[in-house]
Design a protein around this ligand. Structure first.
Ligand code: NAD
Length: 329
């Protein structure tokens, strides 16, 4: 098993889940799944004593406080105490929502992430950002709290729908562009289906983890991870409000296409990035910019009515706190 040390927990990569999962100190265990991870992933993990399964419905429209309420009710009904734990077995949605439910239940119980989607493996399962959407706005209610452990087994990916696999490249491409030129070259050189996915997962985690170790509370360097996400979240919120949610990673790829336009890049670099994205992904339609402004105005990073972007200053180099008025976009 490869170990990547984060703040006060480890991210383990490999197939021997049982040897690393540490549940000895917990009174009760809840395994949070959705209908897909219940069907495809639950059978791949060991059975635990004193455990219950909590199933929620998949889909970004369910990443909200109503779903949290269902989870909290189940925990209460099953007498979960302060020493219990939630294991999040699923994609980024399960990790974000389960982490939030755990961290607010009885003022906080532990949670462990067993990510099953590629996006959760390379991004959402670690770093401690947890929360839910509210009134169609992305991730408006939440907090920072780290998981106790993250264990990544790429075997789960065998049942992941193709589209979900491709969508994860929104975050992988972002990681390459903001700080890993070597990863960017690997992406450019290889078709997605030919990539060594374990290596891509490991590289992607190491890039994000190094940033988080320097700036957990997002005062400075961690803001780099928001590249592509200001437009990306607005695009995602726009589609949620229309009742046709799009995949998060695809929203990020569309966001990257918008944000390279206002980045300090040469024409050659802009063309290299946009060609890579258009040649490798079939993305939903880009909404008209004026349809996005209401959502951008609610962005958590806004400062004094200015929109705060993290932008590229060349491929592999990202700058933070680039402020724009809405009418400058
Ligand atoms: N906290 C963070 O730092 C962070 C970072 C990036 C994204 N996110 C959040 O993550 C979410 C997106 O995550 P996602 O792309 O994993 O989506 P997701 O969690 O909605 O999962 C996508 C779909 O794949 C299914 N699935 C997952 N694993 C499977 C498997 N092994 N086999 C079969 N089906 C499987 C799920 O049931 C779901 O239908 C968004 O809500 C986004 O805001 C959080």
């Amino acid at each position: 098993m490869e170990e990547i040390k984060s703040n006060d927990y480890s991210i383990w990569l490999g197939e021997d889940l049982e040897s690393k999962l540490n549940l000895k100190t917990y009174s009760k265990v809840a395994i949070l799944v959705d209908e897909n991870t219940k069907k495809y992933c639950l059978t791949l993990i060991p059975k635990f004593d004193s455990s219950i399964i909590i199933e929620i419905s998949s889909g970004e429209k369910n990443k909200n406080l109503e779903t949290c309420s269902l989870i909290w009710n189940k925990l209460l009904k099953n007498n979960f105490d302060k020493n219990s734990v939630i294991i999040n077995l699923g994609g980024g949605l399960i990790c974000d929502l389960g982490g939030f439910c755990a961290s607010s239940f009885k003022r906080g119980i532990d949670y462990i992430n067993l990510p099953t989607s590629l996006l959760a493996m390379v991004d959402a399962s670690f770093g401690g950002k947890i929360g839910v959407n509210h009134n169609n706005y992305k991730n408006q209610i939440g907090l920072f709290k780290n998981p106790k452990q993250v264990i990544i087994n790429h075997k789960f990916l065998s049942t992941l729908p193709n589209e979900e696999f491709y969508s994860a490249f929104g975050e992988i491409v972002k990681h390459a562009l903001i700080g890993d030129l070597e990863l960017w070259k690997i992406l450019l050189k290889n078709k997605i289906q030919n990539l060594n996915i374990q290596d891509i997962i490991s590289k992607s985690i190491q890039l994000k983890n190094a940033i988080i170790l320097n700036d957990f509370n997002e005062k400075n360097e961690r803001k780099k991870l928001n590249f592509g996400h200001t437009f990306g979240h607005a695009i995602e919120s726009y589609y949620i409000s229309k009742g046709t949610a799009i995949l998060h990673g695809y929203a990020v790829l569309l966001g990257i296409l918008c944000e390279i336009e206002i980045s300090n890049l040469s024409m050659k670099e802009k063309v290299e990035i946009s060609n890579y994205i258009s040649n490798n992904f079939q993305l939903p339609d880009m909404p008209k910019k004026d349809k996005l402004f209401n959502f951008i105005k609610q962005d958590k990073k806004n400062f004094s009515e200015r929109v705060n972007f993290s932008l590229l200053n060349g491929i592999g180099n990202c700058t933070v706190d680039n402020l724009f008025k809405i009418n400058e976009l």
